[in-house]
Design a protein. Structure first.
Length: 265
């Protein structure tokens, strides 16, 4: 009881923040000793603004080099600042490649990971005869023409609930490898081909392994039957190699309501 009372007095509020970042120079979201991570930068900024902070939890733990436009993170801190002042203060201490776009006060029972219904990722492919120096940090350059029709046909195969073990780089003991892909497809925008996928959650490297397979399919290096066989084999890492991290971006985390609606003001 004493411990719980101390916790409530000293960690009076739970906050949820919407975060955008260029992941190029970071070793992923999750804290790692001696390495630059998004989590470490956020925790340092919170500590400087609030004087203390708890561990920052992310709705989706992005890998090294992966970007985010709509990452959602939660933390506890003792702060009397209004929300807009908190956002400005955090951004003052954050490096230029990380920004808090919005913040909300959340109820004690809200969990950014468990309460998320789905995550949406985009992977950008520059499908052009010439590379782009300005886009190289945010897309994968593929100079040969890709067959987007075949790629979309494969996307229809992965839609729905399946065992995606073949697309995972590692597995946690006792954890299910079944995931529900709500939407998947590719579309062309100018010289770019964008793979969009929405799922309840993803296995380690699942999206990048999927993109690697789609590119091979689009280049004619893999047939549709082979794609299906690899998927149905449910064998760890069979879909590799994974595509580079630079083209991947976490676009949005979806909840039952808008962030501001159920977290309060």
């Amino acid at each position: 009881m004493i411990t719980r009372l101390w916790f409530k007095l000293n960690w009076s509020s739970k906050f949820v923040v919407l975060v955008e970042y260029d992941g190029t120079r970071y070793h992923g979201f999750q804290w790692q000793a001696g390495l630059p991570t998004i989590q470490d930068e956020l925790e340092q900024a919170i500590r400087r603004v609030c004087g203390q902070s708890g561990r920052v939890m992310a709705a989706s733990r992005t890998d090294a080099g992966v970007h985010a436009r709509g990452q959602v993170a939660g933390f506890r801190a003792k702060s009397t600042l209004d929300i807009m002042t908190l956002v400005r203060a955090l951004n003052h201490y954050l490096p230029e490649d990380i920004a808090v776009k919005a913040a909300y006060r959340a109820g004690d029972d809200f969990d950014v990971r468990r309460d998320a219904l789905s995550r949406e990722y985009h992977y950008r492919i520059l499908n052009s005869s010439t590379r782009s120096p300005l886009d190289r940090a945010f897309s994968l350059f593929v100079p040969r023409k890709l067959d987007t029709g075949a790629m979309n046909e494969a996307c229809r195969l992965i839609a729905g609930e399946h065992d995606f073990a073949s697309f995972a780089s590692s597995l946690e003991a006792g954890k299910s490898t079944r995931r529900n892909v709500h939407e998947a497809g590719v579309e062309t925008k100018g010289d770019f081909i964008i793979f969009r996928v929405v799922a309840n959650s993803f296995l380690p490297h699942q999206v990048r392994s999927t993109v690697g397979m789609l590119i091979r399919l689009g280049l004619g290096q893999l047939g549709m039957d082979e794609f299906r066989d690899i998927m149905e084999a449910r064998s760890l890492g069979l879909a590799g190699p994974v595509s580079p991290a630079c083209g991947l971006c976490l676009m949005k985390v979806n909840y039952a309501g808008a962030l501001g609606n159920w977290t309060g003001s």
